[in-house]
Design a binder for this molecule. Structure first.
Ligand code: DC
Length: 224
């Protein structure tokens, strides 16, 4: 049985950065499940779907497309039908459509099965919205990262600037608020705090502080 660290939380809490660092330092496989929903969304956009009215077509795309996560020199790459789309999945168009697409129960079922398979033979640190509640409710470590919405928008805006993605702070804040609303109110796989998850409010913490906190929690569980 593999060792599973499950991390959930809304956008901009530092989940991605922290899991990447911890994976490297603790020898775990890093799986960013948001990137998987983004890859399906990109495939939909590339097939001319720009809203979720055409649910059947979206479900077909989710069934047919092949999503893989490769780790090249410790960098996580998202491979969609054989092509590296790690950059394209961060575009504004994908970010706007991903939450509604990830609300479709059939799409979630396909993704959850794939995520469970990925952890069958490897020790993983997996981050997303429903990892502690749906994908691995019995994970060895369950953590919920949180932060004030303005702080999260500030972080995401800074990240966009660094990656050369065009956006204003106001646009990022608005998009995060919309996604929070949608992610928290999904019928299946909604973002919520599992009863037995450890909650860390990262608003006034540095990445280093959060990382060390999470590592200490993992270490404690690993030697039990
Ligand atoms: O982590 P992220 O911002 O890249 O995630 C993109 C979207 O995917 C997010 O708005 C909600 C959805 N998502 C989800 O529904 N379940 C997950 N386990 C991960 C992400």
């Amino acid at each position: 049985m593999s060792f599973v660290v499950a991390i959930d939380g809304p956008a901009g809490t530092g989940k991605g950065t922290i899991t990447k660092l911890i994976a490297k330092e603790m020898g775990l496989l890093n799986i960013d499940t948001g990137a998987m929903y983004r890859a399906i969304t990109l495939e939909c956009l590339q097939n001319g779907i720009s809203n979720i009215d055409d649910k059947e077509k979206i479900i077909d795309i989710a069934k047919e497309c092949k999503i893989e996560i490769e780790h090249i020199e410790e960098e996580q790459k998202i491979i969609l039908n054989g092509k590296d789309v790690s950059r394209e999945i961060r575009s504004k168009e994908v970010t706007e459509l991903v939450s509604p697409i990830s609300s479709i129960p059939e799409v979630r079922e396909i993704m959850v099965n794939l995520q469970r398979k990925m952890a069958e033979s490897k020790n993983v640190i997996m981050e997303g919205r429903d990892i502690t509640t749906v994908v691995f409710p019995n994970a060895d470590v369950k953590i919920y990262l949180d932060a004030d919405v303005e702080e999260r928008a500030k972080r995401r805006y800074k990240e966009n600037v660094e990656k050369g993605i065009a956006s204003t702070y106001e646009e990022v804040l608005e998009a995060i608020k919309n996604r929070d609303e949608n992610d928290r109110n999904k019928k299946v796989g909604a973002l919520k705090i599992a009863d037995d998850a450890i909650v860390i409010d990262t608003t006034n913490m540095s990445i280093e502080e959060v990382k060390e906190n999470v590592k200490a929690i993992i270490r404690k569980k690993r030697i039990q």
